[in-house]
Design a protein around this ligand. Structure first.
Ligand code: GRF
Length: 201
């Protein structure tokens, strides 16, 4: 299957998928393109290193979110995308793109959803004072960070943690969780019924 990955930043999650494909953890999948809304996203450099086409879509050249997303949709279709991965993509997607890829678009979020949606999830976790946090891979729905959950991994929140130390601990799990979830999708092992996700074995 053909995967398109949407990014805005450093791309460690993108890297984890690239590595999983290259080392055979994920078979029968190819990243056809990496799309960024930020010109200098390090994720684009990672794509280049692995000979994956990187495409920068400049938000400044579109007059509305709708027009930007129409161009995005065009690129996804040109690449015959079967699965869209959001990997640190910081733009809100319009409902049109999301419904076009219903149950075919995944996101990773650095908290145990539904706790701490939105930006700065790790900071929110520290401020709340939870003792456990982690990451969530979920299907994307129009409401932010609210789609059906595929898998979650937990980490402890330790005394003395800063936003950075907690984020780093969660990131280690993110970089395992995303390739695992993508592999389940590629192997057709995710059954989804409403909000209910079952992993087949
Ligand atoms: C990760 O923490 C991810 O959960 C969040 O944005 C960050 C992206 O990191 N959605 P990277 O660009 O994959 O390194």
């Amino acid at each position: 299957i053909q995967i398109s990955v949407l990014v805005s930043g450093r791309g460690t999650n993108l890297q984890s998928i690239i590595d999983a494909i290259e080392n055979g953890q994920i078979r029968n999948a190819k990243i056809s393109c990496v799309i960024s809304d930020k010109k200098d996203a390090y994720a684009l450099a990672r794509a280049k290193t692995h000979h994956i086409p990187g495409i920068f879509i400049d938000p400044k050249t579109f007059s509305s979110r709708q027009e930007f997303d129409n161009r995005l949709l065009e690129i996804l279709k040109e690449n015959k995308t079967d699965l869209v991965l959001l990997a640190g993509y910081l733009r809100i997607l319009s409902d049109g793109v999301i419904s076009e890829y219903k149950n075919k678009m995944l996101n990773i979020h650095p908290s145990l959803l539904p706790a701490f949606p939105g930006l700065h999830a790790q900071k929110q976790a520290l401020e709340y004072g939870v003792k456990v946090s982690g990451c969530t891979v979920h299907f994307v729905e129009p409401a932010l960070d609210k789609g059906p959950v595929i898998l979650q991994k937990t980490v402890p929140v330790l005394p003395g943690d800063s936003e950075e130390t907690l984020a780093a601990r969660i990131l280690v799990e993110e970089n395992k969780a995303y390739p695992e979830a993508v592999n389940l999708f590629v192997e057709n092992k995710i059954k989804i019924d409403g909000r209910n996700v079952t992993i087949l074995d």
